[in-house]
Design a protein around this ligand. Structure first.
Ligand code: FES
Ligand code: FES
Length: 179
């Protein structure tokens, strides 16, 4: 009888660097990052897709990495909090706004909040509506606080830094749209 293979080679681009991994097929993307690549920025909060602390960008879209098997992400291009700002010492504009607006307390949820905010602002730029969208053609100009809250609702913060997170994202969006 032939045994079913339970490991697979997985190629991933993470923060612009290529990686070749040999993983148990049951390894989640979050565990691949944390346990196999030592990228511990993405946090394991609930491990059930409910808190958003593990959010990363996969091929430009925000995903909850605890819900995705690494084998399913093979060939993908991933950005985690460690790579959000790109090369160099400068912070990503969202990171600067989070600092300026004091948008974190313990900071546990912050990497996921930042990756989610980056993905969310890109969705807005592309004209994707949310449940709170009132004007479909307004684009970034229509980014109300209600919109930000709705679009960020998959990311929980147990310290309840929400008002500051909203104001940080609003400032980053405003700066990006040149207003
Ligand atoms: S750890 Fe992934 S959503 Fe909570
Ligand atoms: S700052 Fe502590 S969980 Fe959000």
């Amino acid at each position: 009888m032939t045994e079913t293979p339970h490991r697979s080679p997985v190629s991933l681009s993470v923060n612009g660097r290529p990686y070749e991994l040999d993983l148990d097929n049951r390894t989640t993307l979050l565990d691949a990052l944390r346990e196999h690549l030592a990228l511990t920025g993405a946090k394991k909060g609930c491990d059930h897709g409910q808190c958003g602390s593990c959010t990363v960008l996969l091929d430009g879209r925000r995903v909850k990495s605890c819900l995705i098997l690494a084998v399913a992400a093979a060939g993908g291009s991933l950005v985690s909090i460690e790579g959000l700002a790109g090369d160099g010492d400068d912070l990503h504009p969202l990171q600067s706004c989070f600092v300026q607006h004091d948008a974190f307390q313990c900071g546990y949820c912050t990497p996921g909040q930042l990756c989610s905010a980056a993905g969310m602002l890109d969705e807005v730029r592309q004209g994707w509506p949310s449940l709170a969208t009132e004007d479909l053609v307004a684009g970034p100009d229509g980014l109300t606080d209600a919109e930000i809250r709705e679009r960020m609702s998959g990311n929980l913060c147990r310290c309840a830094a929400y008002p500051h997170i909203v104001s940080a994202i609003r400032e980053a969006a405003t700066a990006a749209s040149g207003r």
